[in-house]
Structure formats: C-alpha cells, structure tokens
Ligand binder design. Structure first.
Ligand SMILES: Cc1cc2nc3c(=O)[nH]c(=O)nc-3n(C[C@H](O)[C@H](O)[C@H](O)COP(=O)(O)O)c2cc1C
Length: 203
C-alpha cells in the first residue's frame, strides 16, 4: 500500500483481518501499525524531513515545541544507535534505514518546568507516524533502549527527557525475521472504546 488515496480511503487487506473500528474513523489510523519487518530501502532526505516537519507541526503547551529529534541515517550513525537499543529490538530493527531519538525539553524557555513536555512529545511522535504512513512508509517506536547510554553517546543534555527511538523506513519481508518475531507480525487490535471513555465523570 503506497498511494496516498488508497492509504486514506481503504483499509489494507492485512489490517482488515484484525482491526475493526467501532466508528467510521479514517482508514489512515488503522493502516498505521508497527511492523517489525523493515526493508533496507533508504529513505530520501525529502521524505525524512517531511516526516520531521509534520512532527513539529504538532500542538504544544504555549507553543513551546519541546520535542527534539536526533536522527541516524548513515551506516556510521546507525551503528552508534544500535549500541543503546536492547537485544530484542535489535533482532528486528537492524535493517531499518532511519532511527530517530524522540526527546523533549523539560524546561520552558524561561527556565520553568514544562509539565506538558511529554504530552507534547507524544503528539509529535503520533504526527510523525501518521505522515510516514501517508508517504507509504512504516514506523515503530521503541522504549527498549538504554537511555543513559543514549544520553552519553549522543550528547543529550540532562534537561531533555529521552522517550523512545523511532524506526522509520519501508515494509520488508517478514520471512526474514526471527521465528518468534514473525509470529507477532500482525496488526493488533484495541480495547472497546467503552472501557476508556467516561461521560461526565468516572463512576
Ligand atoms: C513509547 C513506545 C514504546 C514502545 N517500545 C517498543 C519496544 O521497545 N519494542 C517493540 O517491539 N515495540 C515497542 N512499541 C510498539 C508497541 O508495542 C505498539 O505501538 C503497540 O503494541 C500498538 O501497536 P501498533 O503500533 O501496531 O498499533 C512501543 C510503542 C511505544 C508508543
């Protein structure tokens, strides 16, 4: 699936099998899922920066835009990132052409703590994932990383919180994944909406 009209208007065959929405949400939201099968196909700078541009159009408290992105797109940069990604994630992510650390500044410009920095960084990551989907690409967030090592190796200041590494690229051949990972290579579902939504107050 790569044509933008198809991505927005049609739920892909692989997604249809496991994802049914209760209300008529855009297929775009169902078609985004976190594959672990990445091909080695490189991402152009144009597409990479389009995805980052979308991320930075996310809303944020006081428009402080606390998100920060550290990108690995060369062999040399990726090999540094691979040193702080955990063992399980490395079994599938080593073919991904782009890795992006998503961090956020815990402090506002005037030095006050920004209580919304993590919420805002989450909005940026979601925008990134949706823009990537629109471009026919795939993303997979990873919290399974050694944050201290990442901080040290990438020179990330203490006032930035490190949230995740995002793998960005193109869908690859799942038969190349280790057996256990292949079995998990299915779009997952969601809890019923009524478990998550409260009208008026929580009873
Ligand atoms: C902050 C965050 C951390 C995650 N960490 C990992 C991880 O370390 N390894 C992994 O395989 N998946 C990881 N995931 C992927 C989630 O398991 C996945 O997003 C979730 O199951 C929902 O599936 P979907 O993204 O396909 O809709 C992470 C996702 C998020 C948002």
């Amino acid at each position: 699936m790569s044509n933008v009209q198809t991505i927005v208007n049609e739920i892909s065959a692989e997604v249809q099998a496991t994802r049914v929405s209760e209300y008529p949400v855009s297929p775009l939201f169902l078609n985004r899922w976190s594959t672990r099968a990445f091909s080695t196909r490189e991402v152009s700078d144009q597409d990479l920066y389009t995805v980052l541009d979308a991320a930075h159009w996310a809303p944020s408290s006081f428009n402080d835009q606390p998100w920060r992105f550290v990108v690995a797109k060369t062999e040399e940069q990726r090999s540094v990132f691979h040193q702080f990604i955990n063992e399980f994630n490395l079994t599938w992510v080593s073919t991904a052409p782009v890795l992006i650390v998503v961090a956020s500044d815990k402090l506002r410009d005037n030095g006050d703590p920004n209580g919304a920095h993590a919420f805002d960084a989450g909005a940026a990551w979601a925008s990134m994932a949706i823009q990537a989907t629109l471009l026919g690409m795939v993303t997979h967030a990873m919290g399974g990383i050694d944050r201290n090592k990442a901080r040290q190796m990438l020179n990330i200041p203490d006032h930035f919180e490190i949230h995740a590494v995002i793998a960005l690229g193109y869908h690859g051949d799942k038969s190349l994944l280790p057996e256990g990972v292949q079995q998990r290579e299915v779009p997952n579902s969601r809890r019923p909406l009524n478990e998550l939504v409260y009208e008026g107050r929580i009873e």
